[in-house]
Design a protein around this ligand. Sequence first.
Ligand code: PEP
Length: 246
Amino acid sequence: MRRKLVAGNWKMHGSRASSAELLAGITAARPYDCDVVVCVPFPYLSEAAVALAGSDVRWGAQDCSAFEQGAYTGEVSVLMLADFGCRYVIVGHSERRQYHAESDQLVADKAKVALARGVTPIVCVGETLAQREAGETEAVVKRQLSAVIHTLGHCASEMVVAYEPVWAIGTGRTATPEQAQAVHALLRAQLRAATPQADHMRLLYGGSVKADNAAALFAQPDIDGGLIGGASLKASDFVAICRAAR
Ligand code: PEP
């Protein structure tokens, strides 16, 4: 039985005050029947670490460099994330792939450097609307995951995978539970071919998950929780989604 995981992706939202309020709302609603993570903007990591210390709510980041240190202006190293107690880092979010031209191999390299420092990568994969309509969903997500599987080798079982159809992110248009499950089943099969631990790995769904659709998505056999964007910015909404994960 896989314990579900719900991760909030705050993206580039909030302020010190609103972050503190959000974290207070999330911790006040404990305990949860799932693992809960918040991926906060870099400047708020130290305050998240203080606010969440002693609780079982974990904190993480939304990206990291593929390098551990050096002359990479503006980048943040996974060593720095580990220094702040981060347990998770999102890599390969479609917004990074789209706006920062991140390749499959760069995403895989980021996942590798994260795992090497004990930070669990949440590796995002997903197709655009045009790719779905062209019948390319399977090929796209398999190609994206394959790069990570090959780069991580025997450590592949330690990542978390998030299937996030690009057409569902921030659009209010959610994949149906059946559409999401179909892709999760493909990803699980691909992982089974790569590692004997595939059935213990957590595969998250992301894309306009809300309190009113979370339970149906999380009830699917290969959906082990969610990566939540917009609805993670309001404590009551995020808490309701976490409650749906059991
Ligand atoms: C995301 O950005 O990872 C995401 C899933 O966003 P939203 O929930 O807002 O669609």
